[in-house]
Design a binder for this molecule. Structure first.
Ligand SMILES: Nc1ncnc2c1ncn2[C@@H]1O[C@H](COP(=O)(O)OP(=O)(O)O)[C@@H](O)[C@H]1O
Ligand SMILES: [Mg+2]
Length: 238
């Protein structure tokens, strides 16, 4: 992927559930590089938006056009859900699983598992059951499991919701490092501080609509719409 080139184009995308419009119409382009923060209060449509991009939410109308071949789109993406789902096995087996699915050799899998366990600070826990990990450790494992596949695009849905400051900082460090090694990141959050620390560009969502989109410094420092201004001032926006 080349910086500046469009990655994906959404045109008039709508998602309806029980005849209620929960997202859209959304039309926007995302660029090929950077770390996009999808920002907005609870219920704004952030999760739905990420799922539409990843192709796991059915759209009612509109189109999602990727710049890469259709069949390679999903294979090059990883998605970290808001509540990580662990295999009821060890940390080692959880990390190895995505590589096994890709049909990698056992020796290569071992090497990568050891590397990533170290990156996420879980080397000591490699043989512990994943279900016994703390919330922060589970989220780091979910991130390790996503990154071990070297995705071109990584989606994260509020990965630090419910985590303490230390776990949040560790996850943010991993994300910035993955991003600077070339992984395109698209991440939902309602946390303004996190947006300021991480974003290169921002999509501000409210009531299923994109109210603003652009470079982080524009949106976070001088928002144009009254809705974004209110949200950035910390007011309750519905
Ligand atoms: N399966 C569903 N059926 C009906 N409404 C839904 C469903 N999923 C989400 N919604 C509604 O769609 C809106 C957007 O939800 P969501 O994308 O989860 O927002 P966010 O992630 O920003 O909190 C919310 O009003 C939510 O109640
Ligand atoms: Mg959500």
């Amino acid at each position: 992927m080349v910086a500046g080139i469009n990655l994906v184009a959404l045109r008039a995308v709508c998602v309806k559930r029980r005849s209620k419009l929960i997202l859209g119409p959304v039309s926007l382009d995302l660029k090929g590089s950077g770390l996009t923060i999808v920002l907005g209060p609870n219920g704004a449509g952030k999760t739905t938006f990420l799922k539409v991009l990843h192709g796991i939410e059915r759209i009612s109308s509109g189109s999602v056009q990727w710049s890469m071949a259709e069949r390679s789109v999903r294979r090059t993406q990883s998605y970290v859900f808001q509540r990580p789902v662990m295999l009821r096995r060890t940390v080692r087996q959880n990390l190895a699983y995505p590589m096994k699915l890709l049909g990698q050799q056992a020796s290569k899998i071992d090497e990568h598992v050891i590397y990533w366990a170290n990156q996420i600070g879980l080397t000591e826990m490699l043989n512990s059951p994943a279900t016994r990990l703390s919330g922060g450790e589970k989220q780091k494992l979910a991130l390790g499991r996503a990154l071990i596949r070297k995705p071109k695009i990584l989606f994260l849905d509020e990965p630090c919701a419910n985590l303490d400051g230390r776990s949040t900082r560790e996850i943010e460090t991993l994300l910035l490092s993955a991003n600077s090694s070339g992984t395109r990141i698209i991440m939902a959050t309602h946390d303004l501080g996190q947006s300021r620390r991480l974003a290169t560009d921002v999509v501000f969502l409210l009531n299923g609509q994109v109210h603003e989109q652009g470079p982080a410094e524009d949106i976070l420092c001088s928002p144009q719409t009254s809705e974004a201004k209110a949200f950035l001032k910390g007011e309750i926006v519905e």
